[in-house]
Design a protein around this ligand. Structure first.
Ligand code: C5P
Length: 275
């Protein structure tokens, strides 16, 4: 059996530049990843199967169409192999802006590649990832990167591995398509250049305002994280998960306690950036 971690994705900045004729939006975004994530398990089997466990397993139904089974079907069609027994440990909140489904699909592709003896940088994997969703190529790469296009044009940048990160989700699922639909159409300018955190701090998440309009509690989460001594506070993706990055563990742990008081029912993960 192959076990792959599907690490949560953070958008340290997300600039929406234009609506495209194909219904997508032109983006500039800084992708980063944390240690915390879902878990994908794959093994060869006599018949295909898919099972889900973990804290957020009830939010998904194994019978429904999902990015994991679509990734496996695309792998079988384009590359071959199978059937496989696939297991998902669902530890990330669903539809929450940290790429849960995209990270799961990418981890499935990585795990099947290892099981079937396909090189992890095989271009066929990236071609499948692009078809599955805008964030799946970034999750397949799994490294700190600048994303352009609809998020699939990737350029590696120096990360901040080990930096403490606190992720907070208030328990509302937001539709990415709806958040993009509510974007006001104003191009507020490109990402700057320079060291990762300087670029992130000078940047924005242009989807925060439309997401807060849909789910005002996101504003409460950001307010709880602001003033906690963070190096960066931001909503990730189309929300509702927000995160803060800290220079040291003590500050991150103090912020975790403070946020627990502000929103006792909110999901929190105290973790670290990876490279
Ligand atoms: O690509 P993916 O299926 O993950 O995107 C979900 C939805 O988010 C799209 O249908 C689209 O409405 C919106 N989206 C967008 N521009 C992007 C990425 C996603 O408008 N760059």
């Amino acid at each position: 059996m192959i076990v792959e971690r599907a690490r949560a994705k953070l958008n340290l900045a997300l600039h929406v530049r234009a609506r495209r004729p194909d219904g997508y939006h032109e983006l500039e975004t800084l992708f980063a990843f944390v240690e915390h994530g879902d878990e994908i398990r794959v093994a060869r089997a006599d018949a295909p199967s898919f099972t889900i466990d973990g804290r957020f397993c009830k939010a998904l139904r194994a019978e429904d169409d999902n990015l994991i089974t679509r990734a496996a079907a695309a792998f079988a069609a384009d590359i071959g192999g199978g059937p496989w027994a696939i297991g998902l440990g669902k530890w990330l909140p669903v539809a929450s802006g940290i790429g849960g489904g995209s990270a799961d699909a990418a981890a499935t592709l990585r795990a099947l590649a290892e099981l079937e003896g396909v090189a992890p940088d095989d271009p066929r994997l990236f071609a499948i990832a692009e078809r599955l969703g805008s964030d799946v190529p970034a999750c397949l790469l799994g490294r700190t990167a600048l994303g352009r296009g609809r998020g699939e044009v990737l350029e590696l940048v120096a990360g901040a591995p080990g930096m403490p990160a606190l992720l907070v989700n208030p328990g509302v699922a937001v539709s990415t398509a709806e958040v993009f639909r509510r974007w006001d159409g104003v191009d507020r300018g490109p990402l700057g250049a320079g060291p990762l955190l300087d670029v992130a701090r000078a940047g924005r998440n242009d989807l925060a305002a439309p997401a807060i309009a849909i789910a005002p509690v996101i504003g409460e989460v950001l307010a709880a994280l602001e003033g906690s001594g963070a190096a960066l506070v931001r909503m990730s993706g189309s929300g509702a998960t927000c995160f803060a990055l800290y220079d040291d563990d003590a500050a991150a742990e103090a912020a975790d306690r403070r946020v627990r008081k502000a929103g006792p029912g909110w999901w929190r993960a105290l973790t670290r950036l990876t490279g």
